[in-house]
Every structure is written in structure tokens, then in C-alpha cells.
Design a protein around this ligand. Structure first.
Ligand SMILES: Cc1cc2nc3c(=O)[nH]c(=O)nc-3n(C[C@H](O)[C@H](O)[C@H](O)COP(=O)(O)O)c2cc1C
Length: 321
């Protein structure tokens, strides 16, 4: 069983994570695996409560569960089982008998290596209603809500994203933290974001970290993001009823499932989380879209080209003794 879990972890680590920090560690069990938060990889400025860190681990958790099901095992998950004694233990996943993989599960699993964040303009093609319903279903099945931004709220949502951009761009600590995870296109680093994932040419990728760290680029970013939003057929917020560890895990699981379902439909996605990351803008996102609980992620989804993969640390090196 441990050999299977070692193999599944290679797929699990392809999950998205904020700034590609890959903030996870593992411990193999007789019948499964523990997923632990690696808080040395936290982002204290943009993510002071480790909310996005926990969602990243939730995305990885979904990959583990999906892999198990495709390999004939039902999964039983304990989320944050020992919050006082072991707060870093985010999930304990157990094999729970046999499971006959469905074609839908196999297709989702096959989408794992092909899914990449796509931060560029989409084609001018609408996403059909039934496909959006599939994405909503994927999200809800993982215990999170999928709030589509209606046409009449798009403008106001774009204003909140732009305000988030301006605030983050003006914040030296935010810029320094982001720059420390940006790498050039020839990086040998196994984490962080290479310039090509943000559209930087070979040359530009060498200066991007310096520029990001040094200058207030908030207004320029706001203009770019407004254009991206105008050309995005789907803008949707993933939200949860509560705002604590277990909900964050569910939000991450929902994110992974939505992204894989989107990938299967030939859709790409990227993030516009700025107004959810800036404390006083978050309730405004909730109010605008009539969200009762807590907004967790803002996604733009549409038809783009296939993105390029970003580096990962080898799963085998992240398994604790
Ligand atoms: C919780 C979470 C938050 C993220 N927030 C952003 C974001 O605000 N902006 C962005 O461009 N990418 C964001 N990302 C995407 C990551 O940067 C991306 O997953 C990572 O660089 C790995 O690249 P990949 O998704 O192409 O595999 C986020 C991912 C996660 C899981």
C-alpha cells in the first residue's frame, strides 16, 4: 500500500499552491498518508493566517483522494483531526475498502499533468451554460459554493480587484515577499514562479524580481487586470460557510476539482484574489455577490492555450520518516 501512496504523491504535488510554495509534507501510514503543513513556506504578508497555505494543501488533498479512487481505493479523510495537539496535521487520509473508478474520475485524474495556471488573455468564446453548471457541481461536491459574477456586477468586481492591485503594489513588504518567489526562465529552483508563467521573455525574466521588489506597479497591474477581467467569460468566487482550517481545506479541494474539470473541457483558469487577500475589501466582495459566508478565491476561467508546467519538488523528498 505504501508503494501506491508514494506513486500517488507524485501526482498530488502537481497541485497548484500560492506562489508555488508547495507548503506540504507527508508521513506514510499503514493504510494511507498524513498531509502536514510546512509553515516554513508560509507567506506572512499576503497570507498572515495561512488561509491560502491551507487551501494549497487542500488542493493537494483532492489530488490524493482522486488518485486513490482511480487506483481502486475508497478514501476516508479526517480533516484537521488534532487541531490543538498537532495543528500542522491538516489531513489524515485512509484507504477505506475497494472502489470501482468511474470514467469521470479517470478523466479528471488524467487532467492532472495538463493543468497549468494560464494568466494571459482568453479567446473571445463564451463558456456554455451546461459547462458552467459542471464547474459549479464540481465545487459544490467538495463542500464549497461557486458564485458566478453576474454581468451587472462585473464592473464593480473589477474595481475591487484594481483597488487590491493598487494596495498590494504600494506595499513594500508585499512586493518583497512576492519577488522572493519569482525566478528567471532558466531557474534550477524546484519551487516559485518562473518568469515564463507570467509572460516574461528570457531577458525580462532576469529583471522581473528586481522590478517587482523595487517599484510600485499597482496602477499598471490594475489596468492589466481590468482588461483581463473584461475578456474573461467566467468570473467566479469559491466561498465557504465558515472561515477556518476545515473550510479552507474544502475550498482547496473544490479549487482542484474545478480546475481539473475545467481542464477536461479545454478551459484554463487563473486567479484574481487581490480583493479577498486585502482585509477590508473581502467583505465588499461578499456583499457585492450576495455571499453569506466567506469568499476564498476569485477565478477567471475561459478558453486559452495550453500553459507551461512550473517546477515541483520531488514528492519522495517530502516524506518524513
Ligand atoms: C490558494 C492559491 C492562491 C493562488 N493565488 C494566486 C494569485 O493570486 N495570483 C496568481 O497569479 N496565481 C495564484 N495562484 C496560482 C499559483 O501561483 C500556481 O498554482 C503556482 O505558481 C503553480 O503553477 P501551476 O498552477 O501552473 O501548476 C494561487 C494558487 C493557489 C492554490
Amino acid at each position: 500500500m505504501q508503494d501506491l501512496f508514494r506513486k500517488l504523491l507524485n501526482y498530488a504535488v502537481m497541485a497548484p499552491s500560492s506562489h508555488n510554495t508547495q507548503p506540504w509534507l507527508f508521513r506514510l501510514l499503514e493504510d494511507g498518508v498524513e498531509i502536514l503543513a510546512d509553515r516554513t513556506r508560509a507567506l506572512p504578508v499576503v497570507d498572515p493566517e495561512d488561509r491560502e497555505l491551507t487551501m494549497s494543501c487542500g488542493a493537494l488533498l483532492y489530488h490524493v483522494r482522486l488518485g486513490m479512487r482511480v487506483h481502486g481505493l475508497a478514501d476516508r479523510v479526517e480533516r484537521a483531526p488534532e487541531p490543538e495537539a498537532r495543528p500542522d496535521l491538516l489531513a489524515r487520509v485512509h484507504a477505506a475498502g475497494a472502489h470501482a473508478a468511474t470514467p469521470a474520475e479517470k478523466a479528471l485524474f488524467e487532467a492532472i499533468p495538463a493543468r497549468h495556471t494560464f494568466r494571459f488573455p482568453f479567446e473571445m468564446r463564451i463558456v456554455p451554460g451546461p459547462v458552467i453548471d459542471e464547474l459549479r457541481g464540481a465545487c459544490e461536491q467538495e463542500g464549497a459554493a461557486f458564485h458566478l459574477a453576474p454581468d451587472e456586477q462585473r464592473q464593480a468586481l473589477a474595481q475591487l480587484v484594481m483597488e487590491g492591485d493598487r494596495r498590494q503594489g504600494a506595499d513594500k513588504r508585499f512586493r518583497r515577499e512576492l519577488a522572493s518567489w519569482l525566478h528567471n526562465n532558466r531557474t534550477h529552483s524546484h519551487d516559485g514562479i518562473p518568469g515564463y508563467a507570467m509572460g516574461a521573455s528570457e531577458w525580462a525574466s532576469y529583471v522581473t524580481p528586481f522590478v517587482v521588489r523595487t517599484f510600485d506597479w499597482g496602477t499598471a497591474q490594475a489596468i492589466d487586470d481590468r482588461k483581463l477581467m473584461e475578456g474573461s467569460p467566467v468570473l467566479a468566487v469559491i466561498a465557504t460557510e465558515h472561515d477556518a482550517t476545515r473550510s479552507w481545506l474544502h475550498a482547496g479541494e473544490a479549487l482542484a476539482r474545478v480546475l481539473l474539470r475545467a481542464q477536461q473541457e479545454g478551459l484554463s483558469a487563473s486567479y484574481l484574489n487581490q480583493p479577498i487577500e486585502v482585509d477590508d475589501l473581502r467583505p465588499k466582495v461578499a456583499a457585492l455577490l450576495g455571499i453569506q459566508g466567506s469568499p476564498q478565491l476569485l477565478l477567471r476561467i475561459g478558453y486559452g492555450q495550453t500553459g507551461r508546467s512550473t517546477p515541483r519538488r520531488a514528492a519522495a523528498q517530502l516524506i518524513l520518516p
